[in-house]
Write a protein that binds this ligand. Structure first.
Ligand code: ADP
Ligand code: MG
Length: 349
């Protein structure tokens, strides 16, 4: 046995392989699938070639979650709960899990995110795309039906009771929660992936070239431009903004799809967009909606009580606020180097 020589041979072989790798520097191979679901177009990119099987698993998962959570599809569990007329409903474990997270988000945000918002959303015609401005009387009648504290939910037994007339809407958390499931699937498969779920981005693993993921933050006041770029490790990036879905009323006023559960009207806070970065997709999704409703001051106050989330807030004046954890990860784009970017600290200054 000549162990030394063998090691030498092995080393040489490794060296040759490495050199060959360098000479034919591989392009980043990707497999891509576009899925239309949850009222939006989703682009799934896996950084491997021939990942069609995995992409198809992801697509199935999205279709399955859409079937479960869609508020107006008659065979969804969301719909069944909304139609239960005060009778106890037995929930599937999968549905109970989403409901638990939506209820948690409602509690955490003091109802700025409210999982029982559907009667209002429906009055404005968002589910049917038949947009209209409700009358004050209609809104006054619907407001008492929006109150997450009235949902009786037994998580251990997977049962729920929803008072008659109340309706559940998981649209503000469905994509984020689905993102969590997709993340788990892809992480278990050991691949790197970038999923654009329409408003929400899921980053899995590390890109083959080992550089950070780069995610642009759109300018909500000029949506063909971007205020800056985030350099991130894996996780979730969720943006809510008035520009995502809106209509112009006969009165010439523009009405958007994020409603203030307190007033019944589209929220009128001082934020134009909210981007939440974190490790829990469902919560990032619900929080982005809630922060948008709450406005700058309340959002910062709530953020200071939370762990594990970073924010990019753009005000209606065009000012940008970023939280201290992403201070070195946010770079304003060329046109925005003069923009007022303030860093929000955890401790109150
Ligand atoms: P998008 O769905 O456009 O990405 P969001 O994640 O912010 O935007 O969710 C908006 C959806 O959430 C609306 O279409 C509606 O179904 C629901 N929604 C609107 N306002 C609220 C609210 N205050 N609390 C909970 N859900 C809401
Ligand atoms: Mg959201």
């Amino acid at each position: 046995m000549k162990p030394v020589k063998m090691t030498g041979l092995l080393l040489l072989l490794c060296l040759l392989l490495t050199q060959a790798g360098c000479a034919a520097r591989p392009q980043m191979q990707t497999s891509v699938l576009v899925v239309f679901a949850m009222d939006t177009s989703m682009t799934l990119t896996i950084y491997e070639k021939d990942a069609e099987g995995l992409l198809s698993d992801c697509e199935q998962l999205i279709i399955q979650m859409n079937r479960l959570l869609n508020a107006h599809a008659q065979r969804s569990e969301t719909y069944a709960l909304s139609q239960s007329n005060g009778e106890p409903v037995v929930l599937s474990a999968a549905f109970a899990e989403v409901l638990a997270q939506a209820l948690y988000a409602s509690e955490l945000t003091g109802g700025a995110f409210d999982l029982t918002i559907y009667p209002l959303v429906s009055l404005w015609g968002f589910p049917s795309d038949e947009y209209r401005v409700p009358t004050a009387a209609e809104l006054a009648a619907a407001l008492p039906l929006v109150d997450y504290t009235q949902l009786q939910f037994n998580e251990a037994e997977c049962t729920a009771v929803l008072p008659p007339g109340m309706r559940v809407d998981l649209g503000g958390i469905a994509k984020g929660y689905t993102g969590d499931l997709l993340y788990d699937t892809l992480q278990a498969a050991g691949v790197a992936a970038l999923l654009d779920l329409g408003g929400g981005i899921v980053l899995v693993g590390q890109k083959p070239d080992k550089t950070p993921w780069r995610i642009a933050v759109r300018d909500p006041l000029n949506t063909s431009k971007h205020v800056g770029v985030l350099s991130l490790e894996e996780g979730f990036v969720q943006t809510s903004g008035a520009y995502e879905r809106y209509f112009e009323g006969e009165d010439g006023v523009v009405y958007h799809h994020i409603l203030d559960p307190k007033t019944g009207y589209p929220s009128e806070g001082d934020l134009a967009s909210v981007t939440v970065i974190g490790r829990q997709g469902a919560l990032c999704d619900a929080l982005s909606t809630a922060f948008f409703v709450l406005g700058l001051e309340e959002s910062v106050r709530l953020w200071r009580t939370l762990e594990g989330f970073e924010l990019v807030l753009v005000t209606k004046n065009g000012d940008v606020y970023i939280t201290e954890g992403i201070r070195d990860r946010f770079t304003p784009t060329d046109n925005y180097t003069d923009t007022n970017v303030s860093v929000l600290t955890r401790s109150v200054p």
